[in-house]
Design a binder for this molecule. Structure first.
Ligand code: AMP
Length: 431
């Protein structure tokens, strides 16, 4: 078990908090936040710290501003090397153009608009630093009083952040007496602000990471049974790590989406033009044999909605999954499969879901994904939706409050389900 903010005394202390404020911004202006869910997600931790009279120093990345160090606005090595490779007479103009672009990046990927919005949400000033480890941030952090909140500028204005540079991590740590990580979305990366900084400070989780560990960790380590995993999405190859980890833990494994056709083909079926990974047929067979040997239920779609081309307006027919006519391709699970999957979900006590059941971006092929989301919302179980497409589907359908836990990290939740150690979690102190 990892320590949380409730396990340490934060009163009167300076606390450095890694949050995930990488919110989508209006592309044109770079100042209007188009989805503030990540800011809302960080509020419980921030409010707790403010209420307990900590001086709160927030930090986050935003986007991918790889070409600029904000403190001095000079070009990084990669950009410089590109310019130096140009003919001598072109270098001055290229440098100027690159600096101009960098200035725009700084503006567009600044966290200043987040500080403004956070300030409204908290009902108190959020002091925005002009830099990350520069003089402005240093002065503001030094003067910060208990109960006050400040936000450092975009961590990725420094290439050292993603390199997990020890000197950069130490500079961040020097602001504070305690480090809190509440950014699950970047916990699978060993960066200075997610891992390195924990070498220099007591390190605990915030409420968001605590919830991720409680639900996903709980399901993996000690699930209420029957434990069912539903895996969908395009490819066997991208989900095989999750399948291999979960096959040892679940009572039933449900496979939908594009990857189901590789399994159907491995069983000797005809899958027409459906998504197929020829080189994964053996792996599919081995996986099914493994499931059988372990005595777990391995559910594949029994019918499929096949289309005569890859478009929303294609002609369709519902056919058994192993009998897709030549020239047709499986785009969604069929109605009998919806029932079969829903029945298994209904009897489950824990369900983990990752990946859509079909090409849900086309409304005509979203039915299977919606049916699974509905079944999960109706079920009396601990329901966990791993980030990405399935999380978006559940939220868009308005089922979010009927799901026990929707993970805030796409890549991080996949790695967690694969059984990998997340550096941002491993760095936290044990209870
Ligand atoms: P993933 O990122 O691996 O979870 O895959 C998500 C993608 O899989 C979505 O963009 C879906 O459109 C795609 N997908 C799901 N089912 C199918 C299918 N039957 N045929 C082609 N693509 C699919």
């Amino acid at each position: 078990m990892k320590k949380t903010i409730e396990d340490v005394n934060v009163q009167g202390k300076k606390v450095l908090v890694r949050v995930d404020f990488n919110v989508p911004m209006d592309k044109e202006t770079g100042t209007k936040i188009t989805d503030e869910n990540r800011i809302l997600g960080a509020l419980p931790t921030i409010k707790y710290l403010v209420d307990h009279k900590a001086a709160v120093i927030l930090c986050s990345h935003m986007g991918k501003p790889h070409n600029v160090f904000n403190d001095t606005l000079k070009l990084n090595k990669k950009e410089k090397a590109k310019i130096e490779a140009l003919p001598a007479e072109e270098q001055a103009a290229a440098t100027e153009a690159a600096l101009e672009k960098a200035k725009k990046d700084v503006k567009k990927l600044s966290l200043a608009p987040v500080a403004a919005r956070l300030s409204e949400l908290l009902g108190q000033e959020v002091i925005m630093a002009k830099d990350v480890i520069g003089p402005d941030a240093q002065a503001k952090a030094a003067a910060l009083q208990p109960g006050q909140v400040m936000l450092l500028e975009n961590l990725r204005f420094h290439a050292e952040e993603e390199k997990n540079d020890p000197a950069f991590a130490k500079a961040l740590a020097s602001y504070a007496e305690i480090y809190v990580n509440d950014a699950f979305g970047t916990a699978h990366r060993a960066h200075a602000s997610t891992a390195g900084v924990a070498d220099y400070l007591p390190a605990v989780s915030g409420f968001l990471i605590e919830k991720e560990l409680k639900f996903m960790g709980g399901a993996l380590e000690n699930p209420q049974r029957p434990f069912v995993a539903i895996l969908g999405g395009a490819k066997v190859s991208s989900k095989i790590g999750v399948i291999e980890n979960l096959i040892d833990k679940v009572d039933a494994l449900i496979i939908g989406g594009g990857m189901a056709y590789t399994f159907a083909k491995a069983m000797g079926g005809n899958v027409g033009n459906s998504l197929l990974e020829e080189d994964k047929l053996d792996l599919a067979r081995e996986t099914m044999e493994k499931a059988k040997a372990k005595g777990i239920k391995f559910l594949l779609p029994i019918d499929t909605v096949a289309a005569d081309n890859f478009s929303n307006d294609a002609n369709t027919q519902v056919v058994p999954i192993g009998a897709i006519p030549e020239g047709w391709e499986g785009m969604d699970i069929g109605p009998e499969t919806e029932k079969l999957f829903a029945e298994t979900i209904k009897n489950a006590k824990t369900v983990v879901w990752n990946g859509p059941m079909g090409v849900f971006e086309f409304p005509n092929f979203a039915k299977g994904t919606i049916a699974v989301a509905q079944a999960l919302a109706d079920a009396d179980c601990i329901s966990i939706v791993g980030g990405g497409d399935s999380a978006a589907a559940v939220t868009q359908l308005g089922f979010a409050d009927k799901i026990s836990h929707i993970s805030t990290g796409g890549g991080a939740s996949m790695e967690f389900l694969e059984g990998k150690t997340l550096p941002g979690v491993a760095a936290l102190n044990d209870k």
